[in-house]
Design a protein around this ligand. Structure first.
Ligand SMILES: Cc1cc2nc3c(=O)[nH]c(=O)nc-3n(C[C@H](O)[C@H](O)[C@H](O)COP(=O)(O)OP(=O)(O)OC[C@H]3O[C@@H](n4cnc5c(N)ncnc54)[C@H](O)[C@@H]3O)c2cc1C
Length: 440
């Protein structure tokens, strides 16, 4: 059996690996000259920084298996998300966690109640891989996270935290996130925590996540035909076969096609066999959230430790090098939703200048800035965003449609996983389509 896999991110690499192991003859086509897609580790001086994915959660067992396989270790203690309340920058003043109550005495308690309310939305979902199984699926999908924030009547500080959570976790404004999608994410995480019997923690890895991609790439490229710098530009499917054409005019014919690429770039591909109308709607409808990450390396670490929330342009600030040694250190701004998109509209040096100035203002940093990088994912031609976000109404409209095969064509990628939005989901989706094809 011959299979073409498009995209050498974690989804495509995982699909290719499983297919090759199952005896398929695989061709892997990647648009760029780099593998890994939205996993992109860089170095600033002797520090390692992730400009894309950064944390592996304790529930992400497939990622942990890959880490073990490639000898990639967790870095430091990891973190629980409540560390996000370590400090607050509000109206020009920085408050350590215990002083957040000085700004608004009820804020932390309100947020606790809100988090419980949001977590509870997932309680009644019997099968997180099929969110339509929630008994209130229709009602929840019609609502947004903004509706839940309104209902909780949060004060201004709790509202800022809730908005920053949405901009970080979903890369989108609360009004652009379906409450059924939130419920699905909570349900799938809780199911995994219970099944694995682990506590929630998110970990960075020593040396960077690209080490995992590099390991997979080494293994895969030994067994299959890999072609980089080969963006696909058209697809054609008949009863007997599927064909794809690349930008340099090559044509590859196969029994099955795995499209392990985000939907933004897929929308620029010509479908010579028209997509069925429901799939066409879903492929054109599902959106990606926006994240711009900006990392600045300073000669000295003049900041509060821990993850902070700001009402400023940086949105959230934290230190990715907290478990790396040396006098210098790196601060990261993680900016999502409308703010991430707005930053992305500026040139990289302007983004770096803006965020560096904001970091100095927030923490009173006087140390020299000795290196920086800013990655605006909305500008990436072959990602066109950070990760998929199902907007109100879209879980019921698109979820099942995107996860079903279209004849010989199968979609893979974080956007069609149960663990949507994560590296774990990318690996999950690649293995799922490979198993389906091998069973054919
Ligand atoms: C800022 C940011 C932070 C994140 N943080 C985390 C995190 O902390 N933890 C976590 O688990 N996940 C995180 N993620 C999400 C994670 O990076 C993704 O879910 C995962 O890497 C997606 O893998 P993928 O294979 O589905 O897609 P991608 O990695 O996007 O791979 C798709 C590949 O397809 C290629 N391609 C596109 N178009 C074509 C074409 N026409 N022809 C051929 N090839 C094509 C692309 O070049 C790319 O290599 C983050 C993502 C971002 C952007």
């Amino acid at each position: 059996m011959r299979v073409v896999v498009v995209g050498a991110g974690l989804a495509g690499l995982s699909a290719a690996e499983s297919l090759a192991r199952g005896g398929a003859d695989v061709v892997l086509l990647e648009a760029t000259d780099r593998v890994g897609g939205r996993v992109r580790t860089v170095t600033l001086g002797d520090h390692v920084v992730e400009t894309g994915a950064e944390w592996v959660d304790s529930t992400h067992w497939r990622m942990h298996e890959l880490m073990t396989r490639y000898g990639v270790e967790r870095e430091g203690e990891g973190m629980v998300w409540s560390t996000i309340r370590r400090w607050l920058f509000w109206d020009g003043i920085r408050y350590a966690g215990e002083h957040i109550a000085d700004v608004d005495p009820g804020a932390i308690e309100e947020l606790g109640r809100f988090d419980e309310m949001i977590d509870a939305t997932g309680d009644a979902m019997p099968d997180p891989s099929r969110p339509s199984t929630h008994p209130e699926a229709g009602r929840l999908d019609a609502l947004s996270l903004a509706d839940a924030i309104d209902e909780a009547a949060l004060g201004p500080v709790a509202q800022l935290f809730a908005r920053r959570n949405s901009q970080g976790e979903f890369a989108a404004e609360p009004s652009d996130v379906s409450l059924l999608f939130v419920a699905q994410q909570r349900a799938q995480e809780r199911a995994e925590l219970e099944r694995l019997g682990v506590e929630f923690r998110a970990h960075r890895v020593v040396g960077g996540l690209s080490r995992i991609v590099d390991g997979l790439w080494r293994d895969v490229s030994r067994k299959i035909d890999t072609r980089t710098g080969a963006p696909i530009v058209w697809i054609d499917q008949s009863v007997d076969s599927v064909r794809v054409g690349t930008a340099d005019g090559s044509v590859v014919e196969a029994d099955h096609l795995v499209l392990a690429m985000p939907l933004g770039p897929l929308r620029t591909v010509e479908f010579r066999t028209p997509l069925p109308s429901d799939l066409h709607r879903a492929v054109n409808g599902l959106r990606w959230g926006h994240i711009t990450k900006t990392a600045v390396r300073f000669a000295h670490r003049e900041w509060l430790r821990g993850y902070g929330t700001t009402d400023s342009v940086s949105q959230r600030l934290y230190e990715p090098t907290i478990d790396q040694s040396g006098e210098p250190g790196v601060l990261m701004s993680y900016c999502g939703g409308d703010g991430g998109l707005d930053l992305a509209s500026r040139a990289e040096d302007e983004r770096i200048a803006t965020i560096t100035a904001d970091m100095r203002r927030v923490h009173g940093i006087t140390a020299d800035a000795i290196g920086a990088v800013s990655q605006a994912w909305p500008n990436s031609e072959f990602a066109q965003g950070a990760y998929s976000v199902y907007r109100p109404g879209e879980v019921l409209r698109y979820w099942d449609v995107l996860r079903a095969p279209w004849g010989r064509v199968h979609l893979a990628g974080e956007h069609v996983a149960t663990c949507t939005g994560y590296m774990e989901g990318a690996v999950e989706s690649g293995r799922t389509v490979a198993a389906r094809i091998l069973a054919d």
